[in-house]
Design a protein around this ligand. Structure first.
Ligand code: PMP
Length: 396
């Protein structure tokens, strides 16, 4: 008998090694200047406050902190989320909040809840690769929605495109990978269209608090509730505190949260109690009001170093975004370049890494001449040198 020692599921078999994972391997090399990672700057981690919070939680409430907890999450933290929304003029109820192990987990739970094999899912083109990978495990058919410098174009969601769509996934603030932001008019048009066409909106907003130019705009959850749209909104503590704690939240209508609770229970019972309590302890007295301005200042400066270097060194044939927040700049180089092919040369010849744009597109006919640059973890000096090298590489 010809027995194989193990057999993977079809779901697992269709997985290929991710471009991101391959690139993260390169970025670990100390001699490479990496603009490729999606990591926040460790200079923004409030280490002392977090250490003190864990200390307090473990000395004062170890029996709760080290015990199993409710799937919905630690109630005071859920209530903090409610008050944070309230401070921005959006009324939500604590039953509409689910604490998750990073917003990446929310993507997985949403995939499990809404996607059957062959289900239509609308996504911005390009979009966050980690979301495409997460949803893809449930075998959707992606329907790309066009974008331009103003982000997602609501008019591209035709009645036909929306027909039968399980949801639309969008990133209105400082999008990953492009750094683009949707203006108020487009946000309004999007929620009205989705309300009319009965397409739930999945709003992913890990970077919203990292706005360093201009005023914040109302989120899709806020606008969507006024327009009668169904909106699921994800928030994350990864970029405002630290990603290693793996903590985020999801706000959605009660009946959706109730189903997601069942799914999360089957997935991991609940998010780590001690982490939820430590984060609550860190932020409960308004710590973010003093902490976030420092992170924004750091990112604003880093972004400016890179934009200045690009203005100086990039060829006229290249176009790039000028983000008002977040971590990423999106570049379109001359059409003769294939950025996936050029990456090998960038790393070998110049010891500089970036992420080629192609994997961020849900469709097969992705342009080959785009790339994503992150400016947050590299020093000013290395940004200048690395951008000068990329300028040489992409000069025709
Ligand atoms: N959504 C987007 C758009 C992201 O960029 C990321 C992190 N790179 C995530 C979700 C996942 O974040 P978290 O750490 O909260 O899981």
């Amino acid at each position: 008998m010809n027995r194989v020692p193990f057999q993977f599921s079809q779901r697992a078999t269709q997985l290929t090694s991710s471009a991101i994972r391959e690139i993260l391997k390169i970025t670990e090399r100390p001699d490479v200047t990496s603009f490729a990672g999606g990591l926040p700057s460790h200079l923004g981690f409030p280490t002392e406050q977090i250490r003190a919070a864990y200390d307090k939680v473990l000395s004062e409430s170890p029996k709760v902190a080290l015990q199993y907890g409710p799937t919905e999450g630690y109630r005071p933290l859920r209530e903090w989320v409610v008050s944070d929304f309230q401070a921005r003029g959006t009324q939500i109820d604590v039953d509409e909040v689910l604490i998750v192990s990073g917003s990446q987990q929310a993507l997985d739970l949403i995939g499990k809840l809404f996607i059957d094999p062959g289900s239509k899912v609308l996504v911005e083109s390009p979009s966050y690769l980690g979301a495409l990978q997460s949803f893809s495990l449930f075998e959707p058919v992606y329907e790309p929605v066009a974008t331009d410098d103003g982000g997602l174009i609501p008019e591209d969601i035709s009645d036909e495109k929306a027909d039968g769509a399980r949801f639309i996934y969008c990133l209105p603030n400082f999008q990953n990978p492009t750094g683009r932001t949707m203006d108020l008019e487009r946000r309004q048009a999007l929620v009205e269209r989705c309300a009319r066409l009965n397409v739930p909106i999945v709003e992913d907003d890990p970077y919203g608090e990292l706005r360093y130019v201009g005023e914040p705009l109302p989120g899709l959850l806020h606008l969507g509730r006024q327009a009668g749209a169904t909106v699921l909104r994800m928030g994350s503590f990864s970029k405002v505190l630290a990603p290693g704690m793996r903590l985020g939240y999801l706000v959605a209508p009660r009946e959706i949260i109730a189903k997601l609770v069942q799914i999360k229970q089957a997935t991991d019972l609940h998010t780590a109690t001690v982490t939820q309590m430590a984060v609550y302890e860190t932020i409960k007295d308004g710590f973010l009001n003093t902490h976030l301005p420092k992170v924004r200042e750091l990112y604003r400066n880093q972004c400016q170093y890179m934009l200045d270097a690009m203005d100086e060194h990039f060829p006229k044939s290249a176009k790039w975004t000028r983000p008002t927040g977040g971590m990423f700049i999106w570049v379109k180089v001359d059409e003769q370049f294939d950025t996936t092919v050029a990456l090998a040369q960038a790393v070998e010849q110049y010891k500089v890494a970036y992420v080629p744009g192609e994997p961020f597109y849900p469709n097969v006919n992705a342009p080959k001449n785009t790339l994503r640059l992150s400016f947050v973890t590299v020093t000013e000096e290395k940004i200048r040198a690395g951008i000068a090298d990329l300028g040489k590489l992409f000069t025709a």
